[in-house]
Design a protein. Structure first.
Length: 314
């Protein structure tokens, strides 16, 4: 059966291309932009922080780089620190779609605009921009490749992301809207909370209960790496694994014949785009764009893995 690609984008959401027009440099010496993300132990979030910091420096800003560890209370405290420090803008990959609204509102009330990346919040009109990957489109790309690799049949398991992260649900839905059209049977589904260590343990348990598993589709690359390590330890390198994010670790695994595919989110460029929009907003009072913006994802497999570097295609 030929797989038909279906891409769905909400009409109220702007789609952002991977190339953006250059903005004039800001005379921003002494002005500070806060960059707040989850832990840099995950290379995806480190790439975000590095991309935002590099663009801010290029535009003449100082930076305050902070980590909330996916803890909404810590995130709130970091917002308090940023506000007290007099930052002019905040770039945020948030600690929960619902739990982060109050922190972003707090910054807005203090006259500090926030520019969100990677994860949305559940309110509009609070942040200036919410720039996220088109997770549904990307998940469909990954699922199409997974179905192809599975030969359109067989038993598989799914590793889910953190429940509080809207991306986890969107990716799973995108996967199933493709996979469920075929003769594939999901025999196990469990969260590993975006964690490599947790994914290793979950994969071990899944294998013990379902030794006939032929494939694993994962909500992110970190969990995919944990699952692959468990499969290697069990001598089950025949199992097909597909991830999501486009990390260098999974790139290397693909090139070594391990994990079969992933879906690239342009994390570095997304963060730089947020800083560019912050600069425009600070200079002109508007970004000139819709608040919600989507960036399309790209499938990475053996055909193009060599072009992948730090969440960007060369």
């Amino acid at each position: 059966m030929k797989i038909t690609r279906r891409l769905f984008v909400a009409s109220s959401t702007a789609v952002v291309g991977l190339a953006t027009a250059g903005l004039r440099p800001a005379m921003a010496q002494g002005q500070t932009i806060a960059i707040i993300t989850p832990s840099h132990d995950n290379p995806f979030f480190k790439a975000e922080a590095d991309g935002a910091a590099a663009k801010a420096k290029e535009l003449g800003y100082d930076t305050m780089v902070l980590v909330h560890d996916d803890d909404p209370n810590k995130q709130s405290e970091l917002f308090d620190s940023a506000i007290a420090a007099g930052v002019v803008a905040i770039i945020l990959d948030n600690a929960g779609a619902d739990a982060s609204v109050s922190a972003v509102q707090k910054a807005k009330d203090a006259g500090i605009p926030s520019f969100l990346i990677d994860r949305e919040i559940t309110e509009t009109g609070v942040a200036v921009s919410q720039i996220v990957s088109n997770n549904y489109q990307g998940a469909q790309l990954g699922a199409e490749k997974f179905v192809e690799l599975m030969g359109e049949e067989g038993k598989y398991a799914e590793l889910l992301g953190k429940e509080s992260d809207t991306n986890a649900g969107i990716r799973s839905q995108g996967y199933h809207d493709v996979i469920d059209q075929y003769d594939l049977e999901m025999v196990a589904q469990q969260t590993a909370n975006w964690s490599q260590t947790e994914a290793y343990s979950v994969m071990e348990s899944m294998l013990q209960a379902n030794p006939e598993i032929k494939g694993v589709i994962s909500g992110n690359d970190t969990m995919a790496m944990g699952a692959w390590a468990a499969l290697e330890a069990a001598g089950r390198t025949d199992v097909i694994v597909v991830g999501f994010d486009g990390s260098n670790d999974v790139r290397d695994s693909i090139q070594a014949g391990g994990i079969k595919a992933t879906v690239l989110q342009p994390a570095y460029q997304q963060a730089q785009l947020a800083v560019e929009q912050a600069n425009t907003y600070l200079k002109e009072g508007s970004t000139g764009l819709d608040e919600k913006q989507l960036m399309d994802c790209v499938l990475i497999d053996e055909s193009n893995a060599d072009k992948l570097e730090t969440f960007a295609l060369n």
